[in-house]
Design a protein around this ligand. Structure first.
Ligand SMILES: *Cc1c(COP(=O)(O)O)cnc(C)c1O
Ligand code: SF4
Length: 452
């Protein structure tokens, strides 16, 4: 017997429904901006919003004045500088600025901030502890993280590297950039001296900010090292300024050049990007990803799990399917790092475990992301499900990483405001904090260096 499937519910194809047309004209400041101007990456960079005054000039008449006041105070208190591209501004639904997932990523509002978790530190991943030379982190045996610059096309409130990223002014940016190619030589020399390194992640900052000649310089320097077999250029750019791929021909040519040189030598060079929510992906994004696809550039995506941005099954599934639709492979969904000033953006380990269950099965397995906790304290990436013990009541997950830091335990803490009132009261007492942590680690059968 054949079983006839009923016609598909059109709602299940919503991921293909990309925003097109001149949608940016709904933003008062961009009402007169034609397509050619909006697609110009130089115009996008020059018109990025960096202050509450610029935000007000751009969207002022569409939002409630109390929102602007709230943002003003949010900008004042934020640990990260603010920089939002016109593209990102235009993808925000300004009729609901508090709920909008793109606003939540880039524009802080004071009224939503929560006190930091008592156990967070600024460099929660201890990237500096595993750094043999400036700008290089060597934590895993065969791969390194190379951070050649400190600037980004936008600044994310939740940045892992808020300890290093985002100087305050344009002039500071330039000074830092001018010095770096000299410093990069030390990183290349270190990589060349370590035969175990096969894989280099080039991040930042953001490689969107690298001049084409520096993409080529870094790419060719690394390709020349015989044991380097894999390279990834990492950028948030496609999510916040996809038009650069369409209009910055020199940059795209430089990237393509490194990919092609790599391919000729049997080496894998790909682009890693960072989409977090479905509304970041528009018709402009699809065109940009088509250009990369046609040039044979593989693009993978790493998302951060963020409260109110992608922490519900609908949006995470939609994001996964929409990325797949534009030929971007969903690779990782990270737990939010324990960094300063972002407690309102974090979620619990349980949220991630539940989401994975919903997403798996909705599309191809190779397009289904891994849900990861990059264990604070330098344990490295762990499958969220692989905790040795999870005290859900107090929000403490204990991980171990035998291949990275054998014999140690690593802790992730759920946001305190998501716990029951009794557990929240316990976290308010410092001596009870230590007790809860010791208990969880003991149950996991492990050791935490920091608590010894
Ligand atoms: C994430 C990361 C890498 C790359 O890890 P993959 O799991 O291969 O994506 C390399 N080094 C450091 C320090 C990292 O944080
Ligand atoms: S683009 Fe990446 S490095 Fe830059 S602020 Fe955002 S998360 Fe941090």
């Amino acid at each position: 017997m054949h079983h006839v499937k009923p016609p598909v519910d059109p709602a299940l194809l919503e991921h293909r429904n990309l925003r097109g047309g001149e949608f940016w004209r709904a933003v008062p400041a961009y009402a007169e901006i034609d397509e050619e101007t909006f697609l110009d990456h130089i115009w996008q960079g020059r018109n990025s919003v960096k202050t509450p005054e610029e935000l007000f000039e751009t969207i002022g008449s569409t939002v409630d004045p109390t929102f602007i006041e709230d943002a003003k105070e949010g900008f004042r208190r934020a640990p990260m500088a603010v920089r939002v591209s016109p593209y990102a501004i235009a993808t925000i639904d300004w009729t609901q600025p508090y709920e909008d997932p793109i606003r939540r990523q880039f524009i802080p509002v004071a009224s939503k901030l929560l006190p930091d978790h008592p156990r967070l530190t600024l460099d929660s991943l201890h990237e500096q502890d595993d750094s043999p030379v400036q700008g290089l982190t060597h934590r895993y045996l065969d791969k390194v993280l190379f951070l050649p610059l400190q600037t980004c096309p936008v600044y994310c409130r939740f940045c892992t590297r808020s300890y290093a990223i985002g100087p305050d002014t344009e002039s500071v940016d330039k000074a830092a950039l001018a010095k770096t190619p000299e410093l990069w030589k030390h990183a290349f020399a270190y990589i060349a001296s370590r035969p175990e390194i096969e894989d280099v992640v080039i991040s930042g900052g953001d490689v969107y900010q690298l001049a084409p000649k520096n993409i080529t310089l870094i790419g060719e320097s690394l390709l020349a090292i015989p044991h380097v077999r894999r390279m990834r250029f990492a950028t948030k750019g496609p999510a916040v300024m996809p038009m650069k791929i369409l209009t910055d021909h020199a940059w795209v040519d430089a990237l393509t050049g490194v990919v092609e040189k790599g391919r000729k030598r049997g080496k894998d060079v790909v682009l890693h990007t960072h989409f977090n929510t479905p509304s970041e992906i528009t018709e402009i994004t699809r065109q940009a990803m088509d250009v990369l696809f046609q040039r044979g550039v593989v693009v993978r995506n790493q998302s951060v799990l963020i409260r109110g941005v992608n922490d519900d099954p609908y949006r995470m599934t939609m994001l996964t399917k929409r990325l797949s639709w534009i030929n971007v492979h969903p690779y990782y969904v990270y737990m939010h790092d324990l960094v300063k000033g972002v407690e309102d953006m974090r979620t619990s380990i349980q949220t991630s475990v539940d989401l994975e269950k919903h997403v798996r099965g909705t599309t191809a397995g190779f397009n289904t992301p891994l849900f990861i906790c990059d264990a604070p304290g330098g344990g490295g990436k762990r499958d969220v499900h692989s905790y040795d013990y999870y005290d859900r009541e107090n929000g403490i997950a204990v991980y171990s990483a035998p291949s990275v830091k054998p014999g140690q335990s690593f802790l992730y803490f759920d946001p305190i405001d998501t716990l029951e009132p009794e557990a929240q009261a316990r976290w308010a007492v410092p001596s009870l904090q230590d007790e809860m942590i010791r208990e969880a680690v003991a149950r996991a059968g492990g050791k935490v260096a920091a608590l010894a």
